[in-house]
Ligand binder design. Structure first.
Ligand code: PXP
Length: 242
């Protein structure tokens, strides 16, 4: 029997829509609570060093209001570790971060900075935060990940998503999931997953958690458009009753 598969919903891009206008809507916390009500097992947010979408106050409010798991994606940086230790999300996922990137590109190069990652993992773990490392499906990275003391890895599914649903990249993910589980690591996966490409990844038996954001937020725009237009028509009609 395979383990249950948790869905973490990433609400970063709700905040993107808010920040591009400099207004106070849409609210990623409201979106997170709707996701919780719809059956999400966790909420994931990435507090980027440039604060381009999620802000510190969002994470603090999510911490207060969510009943499901809060997973904070963060760079391996002292200021971020201090913030996480103060706010205490249930989980933290260590990711690479470059200011100019559009989204997280590539996994964390753990192999080149085992000591640094080990220190961050130790500080977060001591605060009761369960750490995962966002890594490419690559043996050397998985072995280095196991050395850091982190209990989990999140396999980067971006190359799989870009390559199309089947083939070599799916095989890489399957093999990496086996290797990671063999090293005693819990296996998560995420990035670029959509309703169209998620099934082969969800079928990998070692994977216990998926983190999915952009495609869910994008789909929410489409399925919510009709209701939003009706609300606006009703508001206009109240000013101009026929
Ligand atoms: N997992 C990690 C570690 C990520 O950095 C991201 C993107 O923020 C995701 C999952 C979600 O990716 P997407 O928004 O493409 O579903």
């Amino acid at each position: 029997m395979t383990a249950a598969l948790r869905l973490g919903v990433n609400v970063d891009h709700v905040a993107t829509l808010r920040e591009v206008r400099g207004v106070d809507y849409p609210d990623p916390v409201e979106a997170a609570l709707l996701a919780e009500a719809a059956g999400a097992d966790g909420i994931t947010v990435h507090l980027r060093e440039d604060r381009r979408h999620i802000q510190e106050r969002d994470v603090e409010e999510l911490r207060r209001r969510l009943r499901i798991t809060l997973n904070l994606e963060m760079a391996v940086a002292d200021a971020m570790v201090e913030f996480a230790v103060r706010v205490r999300p249930d989980a933290a996922c260590l990711v690479p971060e470059r200011r100019e990137e559009l989204t997280t590109e590539g996994g964390l190069d753990v192999a080149r900075q085992v000591t640094r990652v080990h220190t961050a993992v130790g500080r977060l773990t001591a605060a009761g935060i369960r750490v995962s490392l966002f890594v490419d499906p690559d043996d050397a990275q998985l072995r280095a990940g196991a050395e850091t003391g982190a209990p989990a890895v999140e396999l980067h599914t971006g190359d799989y998503a870009n390559a199309g649903a089947a083939g070599r990249e799916l095989e890489r993910l399957r093999a990496a999931a086996r290797t990671a589980a063999g090293l005693g690591l819990a296996v998560h996966a995420g990035h670029g997953l959509t309703v169209a490409n998620v099934e082969p990844v969800a079928a990998i038996p070692e994977v216990v958690e998926l983190n999915i954001g952009h495609s869910i937020v994008a789909r929410a725009v489409a399925v919510g458009m009709a209701a939003a237009v009706r609300e606006m028509k009703d508001a206009i009609a109240r000013a101009r009753p026929s």
